[in-house]
Design a binder for this molecule. Structure first.
Ligand SMILES: C[S@@+](CC[C@H](N)C(=O)[O-])C[C@H]1O[C@@H](n2cnc3c(N)ncnc32)[C@H](O)[C@@H]1O
Length: 244
């Protein structure tokens, strides 16, 4: 049983188009560079591998990549790009699913840790990641910093993206660390498509404690994959923990 929403076939079919900006070379290249460097001559495991946005170019760089993914339709989309022998993927929950092998690198990108909406499952995911790492291996997480500084008292929604054809409003429950992301997308026929995602946010310090509980310690924290410095104004972070 997982607290994550299971992405359906329609969401999976639209994923690459709806996320086109995340496939742009200026977004992907620094991510693949950093991950390939950390993997070295070893293998990588991507938790929540999705349609292979990062895994496919990382494999093209010569890193063997295995995946765990909750949504079978997302894996079906990945299979249009790469076969099972080249990139094995287990369908299951990243908090509990295990795969064969030992990895130099386990990674979990684009805010996907927050798809698990309980602290216990997020802690379990760190333990699961550490369990797949060889000694000295790295766990990399890319996660957003909740923009609660943008919310004056009495306001509970934050505009995350505003354009003619796509409006995103995030609402927050500060007591339970829950966030709902409301997406309004204009369709070619002029109608509006609404979709919502539900998340649990966590601060970097909470993740450091999860890593510590799993036998890992922080090695580096950047604002992004281009390794810009992480500051109090950063809106996301890329963190690297090393297994003892
Ligand atoms: C934002 S997408 C990221 C996909 C891919 N990593 C990428 O960067 O494009 C989030 C992914 O997390 C998956 N997911 C959500 N909860 C999960 C869980 N508990 N275990 C494994 N995968 C999960 C979703 O099905 C989806 O494919």
């Amino acid at each position: 049983m997982t607290s994550s929403e299971v992405w359906d076939a329609e969401t999976a079919r639209r994923y690459d188009d709806d996320s086109a900006e995340m496939f742009a070379p200026d977004v992907l290249d620094p991510a693949v560079d950093l991950l390939a460097g950390l993997a070295g001559d070893g293998a990588a495991l991507e938790l929540a591998i999705g349609t292979g946005r990062v895994a496919v170019p990382l494999a093209a760089r010569g890193v063997p990549v295995t995946g765990i993914e909750l949504s079978a339709p997302m894996v079906a989309e990945l299979r249009r790009k790469v076969d099972e022998a080249t990139m094995p993927v287990s369908v299951g929950d990243m908090a509990t699913t295990t795969v064969e092998g030992e990895f130099a690198l386990v990674y979990l990108v684009w805010n996907s840790l927050s798809n698990l909406r309980t602290q216990a499952e997020q802690v379990a995911t760190f333990r699961n990641a550490a369990g797949h790492l060889s000694p000295g291996g790295r766990f990399v997480v890319e996660l957003w910093i909740p923009p609660v500084r943008r919310m004056p008292p009495g306001q509970h929604a934050v505009p995350m993206s505003v354009s003619e054809d796509h409006l995103v409003l995030d609402t927050y429950d500060l007591l339970t660390q829950q966030c709902t992301s409301h997406h309004y997308r204009q369709q070619p026929d002029g109608t509006t498509r609404y979709g919502a995602g539900h998340f649990r946010y966590a601060w970097p310090s909470e993740l450091d404690l999860m890593a510590q509980l799993a036998g890992m310690e922080l090695e580096a924290r950047y604002a992004d994959f281009a390794r810009r410095p992480f500051t109090a104004d950063s809106e996301s972070h890329v963190s690297v923990w090393r297994k003892a």
